[in-house]
Design a binder for this molecule. Structure first.
Ligand code: EPU
Length: 417
């Protein structure tokens, strides 16, 4: 199995360009199902989750063509079936994004339940409640969700819990429904805003994305359009944490700082120097790393996906830090691996208590999910000696060519197959 080999102690320095966001491009690819004609996407990251979504769309009969240079063409005019089987869906929770578009455009869908992953149970009850509210008949059978509706009808939907996935699916489904849909307590993530911008470019009438109240006036049809995917704030945040751990100075270009307010605020509180110029964000590492107390929350709160890389930084804090996780029960699997590198962390209930240590020492470790991988790479950059990281099948899901990018910033990192 491939591994990353990192020799710690070499500060990251230089500039790097933000990439297109995984969590924006995946629902936008699924939304191509809603459209007649070609959809052309730019800034599509070269990550395995994009290839999994491409595989699912191909299975459904969507034409998928990678044009090079981060460009992708999709065309759903000859969709062949509305069934997304378990073998494909189990590889990625975001596969469920195809459910709303299939139901809205073709009146039916049969999509495997995502089940669980290393982050915990991945429920879809809020997605299904939204489909039912829009007038669909929804059943669960043999691990599949089957939904049907002649035409969805606009309605008012209140989400009892903020869900990025349910907000995306409901917005996509409502865009072809008859009449107006109002979503209350919707997720406000920048990736929802990007999805709404894409839908608008295709002719949808969506207002209020980025606020807890989204209004969708259904239209009869959507036509494919061109769209450049927004920047990946989680990759940017991970690089900033890596820079802080490595003791260096890096500028991430083209990464809107308003997507990262909570993160930049916590990094500053941790004593790191953060400068913003337009859409360029620079972090200069400073010592000591100050200890913090942080609670994850839906946007604009501190993102759960940056919890592991931030904890990797707090491992070198000057006192006791606390990280309260409120989104995913299973998010702490990386902690045992950081402890192998010399960290002093205890997890109790949903809180990691981190006692700062003076140094880390390289060791073999395994990534258990995408962001656990980001945290382990960050810690390895600070660790004395060599760290070998496995579980690259997770890291490759969300971080494009991470070894070449970090090597270009001065890291001693190689990938062995
Ligand atoms: N939830 C329910 N019922 C539902 C849907 C969600 O109880 O019907 C619960 C979940 O179990 C979880 C919480 O609500 O505890 C939040 O789930 P949400 O739907 O917001 O998350 P998601 O759409 O499944 C996306 C990102 C995740 C990111 C979360 C939270 C994508 C493809 N994935 O997941 O990204 O952590 O929002 O911000 O957009 C990652 O990129 O590494 C990643 C895991």
């Amino acid at each position: 199995m491939p591994r990353l080999i990192i020799e710690g102690g070499h500060p990251l320095r230089g500039e790097t360009e933000a990439l297109g966001a995984k969590n924006a491009v995946l629902p936008i690819m699924a939304a191509a199902i809603l459209c007649s004609g070609d959809v052309l996407l730019e800034r599509v990251p070269d990550i395995s989750d994009v290839r999994v979504m491409a595989g699912i769309l191909t299975e459904l009969g969507v034409e998928v063509e990678f044009l090079g240079g981060g460009r992708l063409r999709l065309n759903a005019d000859r969709l062949a079936n509305t069934r997304a089987p378990y073998e494909l869906v189990r590889r990625m929770n975001a596969s469920f994004d195809v459910a709303g578009p299939l139901l809205a455009r073709f009146g039916e869908c049969e999509v495997a339940l995502p089940g669980g992953c290393n982050l915990g149970q991945r429920r879809v009850n809020l997605h299904l409640d939204a489909f039912r509210a829009l007038g669909a008949e929804v059943h669960r059978e043999h691990g599949m969700v089957k939904a049907q509706a002649t035409r969805l009808r606009g309605t008012s939907i209140y989400f009892p819990k903020v869900s990025v996935g349910a907000t995306k699916n409901a917005t996509m489904a409502a865009s072809l429904a008859e009449g107006e849909t109002v979503l209350e307590n919707a997720a406000c993530e920048p990736e929802i805003v990007d999805l709404a911008r894409f839908l608008q470019a295709c002719g949808a009438r969506v207002e209020g994305a980025g606020t807890p109240r989204i209004r969708v006036e259904g239209v009869r049809e959507l036509r494919g359009a061109s769209h450049a995917v927004t920047s990946d704030r989680i990759v940017t945040g991970t690089i900033l944490c890596m820079t802080a751990l490595s003791g260096g100075e890096v500028t991430v270009r083209n990464s809107p700082p308003e997507h990262l307010e909570a993160v930049l605020g916590e990094l500053r509180k941790a004593g790191q120097e953060v400068r913003v110029q337009g859409n360029d964000v620079t972090l200069s590492a400073r010592r000591p790393v100050r200890s913090l107390e942080v609670t994850t929350a839906p946007f604009p709160g501190f993102p759960t996906d940056l919890h592991p890389p931030l904890v990797a930084l707090l491992v070198l804090g000057d006192g006791v830090s606390m990280l309260h996780e409120t989104i995913f029960d299973g998010r702490f699997m990386y902690v045992g691996e950081l402890v192998r590198l010399g960290a002093n962390i205890r997890v109790s209930d949903h809180t990691a208590v981190i006692n700062g240590v003076r140094f880390l020492a390289g060791a073999p470790v395994e990534a258990s999910d995408i962001r656990a991988g980001g945290a382990l790479i960050a810690a390895a950059l600070a660790a004395e000696g060599e760290t070998s990281i496995g579980g690259l099948e997770f890291i490759d899901r969300g971080y494009e060519n991470v070894h070449t990018r970090l090597a270009s910033l001065g890291a001693r990192i190689r990938r062995v197959e």
